[in-house]
Design a protein around this ligand. Structure first.
Ligand code: PLP
Length: 375
């Protein structure tokens, strides 16, 4: 099927032509790891087997990208891309607020390979630009950020980078391909932890990179060496999940907005962070660059004891990760940002009483009832 203007239609049909042998509606699972070596050599670690390709076509369509690669985890997608685009002696500029795993990998892996990095506050674009060095080859951003949902102006960063021929990479996990398409704003490479919204059911691990054909070719060269590909069975599950991603994320957007608004009126809540709230500092930019919605993630600080609050929740599950159909809640100091030192956490503004909430697809008032009784 040809791509249409509708994400809903594309999510169902692109890449999912069905079974050519029996006329079945869904793509068969092709578990072969060995294929006839005709013109196109198919092999899992060449990232070109039928189930991998089906997923890539769907995500590329949703992200307005030319091509992509499917990995076994988000970190495989991110680190493979960075190692493919950088070499010894290069510098990479990260925005300060990063997913904990990426932050830790930057500190502990890149340096060992002779790749220098800076982490700078992207809220002040002038200062961010000043952190660019003559050997800066990649600028890496993440928006909305984890866990404070800070908004980076994607188009502004892309402009700064283009002026100097620097490549841009964005982690688009929190927004999902439904809400935000960074390539439309001039970004070169988009990564996702597909373990989150793309999988969407808290039952698989995968990662995705989408970009131009040329850049994907370059990343694929390294990806074949690093070998972080996804198997056919999991790829099929990802394809199936993607058929409902638009429905799921739209409901999650709606729920997150309703909960963020309700939490603002609760006396036992100190602060609410959600880019869809008009008093959020990134609201205007988010409204522009997230045409699909403000996302299903929010965070809030409570006045009381977070441990006691979490114990009292009945419907909402205390869990790491995010983006599933079930609502989950986590304390970043104990989970995503546990590896940061207290000083590093303070620098990015993460307090012990901060809770990160991943909205599921349940009824919003059931979720609010649970939060209220636990408060
Ligand atoms: C989870 C996550 C990752 C890492 O993905 P994995 O699938 O766990 O490897 C990267 N970035 C963000 C924003 C994430 O939430």
């Amino acid at each position: 099927m040809k791509k249409t203007k509708s994400k809903l239609t594309n999510s169902v049909h692109i890449g999912s032509a069905g079974d050519p042998l029996y006329g079945g509606l869904v793509n068969p699972i092709y578990p072969s790891s060995a294929y006839d070596y005709g013109a196109d050599v198919l092999y899992p670690r060449y990232y070109n087997t039928p189930n991998q390709t089906a997923v890539v076509k769907k995500i590329a369509a949703l992200e307005n990208a030319e091509d992509g690669l499917l990995f076994g985890s988000g970190m495989a997608a991110i680190m493979t891309s960075l190692f493919a685009l950088l070499k010894q002696g290069d510098h990479i500029l990260f925005q300060h607020d990063l997913y904990g795993g990426t932050h830790h990998a930057a500190l502990h892996e890149l340096k060992r390979y002779g790749i220098a990095h800076t982490m700078a506050d992207v809220a002040d674009l002038k200062k961010f630009e000043d952190a660019i060095r003559p050997n800066t080859k990649v600028i890496y951003i993440e928006t909305p950020s984890n866990p404070l949902l800070k908004i980076t102006d994607i188009a502004a960063v892309a402009r700064i980078a283009k002026k100097r021929n620097i490549l841009t990479v964005i982690d688009n996990t929190f927004a999902s391909p439904v809400n935000q398409n960074p390539i439309d704003w001039g970004i070169d490479v988009v990564t996702h932890s597909g373990t989150k919204y793309i999988g969407g059911h808290s039952d698989l691990s995968c990662g995705v990179v989408v970009a131009s054909k040329k850049l994907i070719g370059k990343i694929k060269g390294s990806a074949m060496h690093f070998g972080g590909c996804l198997d056919a069975q999991s790829a099929y599950l990802v394809e199936r999940s993607l058929k409902t991603i638009v429905l799921r994320v739209r409901q999650q957007n709606k729920n997150a907005m309703a909960i963020a608004q309700s939490l603002k009126d609760e006396t036992k809540i100190k602060a609410v962070y959600y880019p869809g709230l008009k008093d959020h500092p990134g609201y205007a930019i988010a409204k522009k660059q997230m045409p699909g919605g403000f996302g299903g993630m929010l965070s809030f600080e409570i006045k009381g004891d977070p441990e006691k609050f979490l114990k009292k929740l009945k419907l909402i599950r205390k869990a790491i990760s995010l983006g599933g159909v079930e609502s989950t809640i986590a304390q970043p100091v104990k989970t995503s940002h546990a590896k940061l030192t207290p000083e590093e956490r303070k620098a990015v503004g993460i307090s012990d009483k901060l809770l990160r909430f991943s909205t599921g697809i349940e009824e919003a008032h059931d979720l609010m009832d649970d939060i209220r009784q636990a408060l």
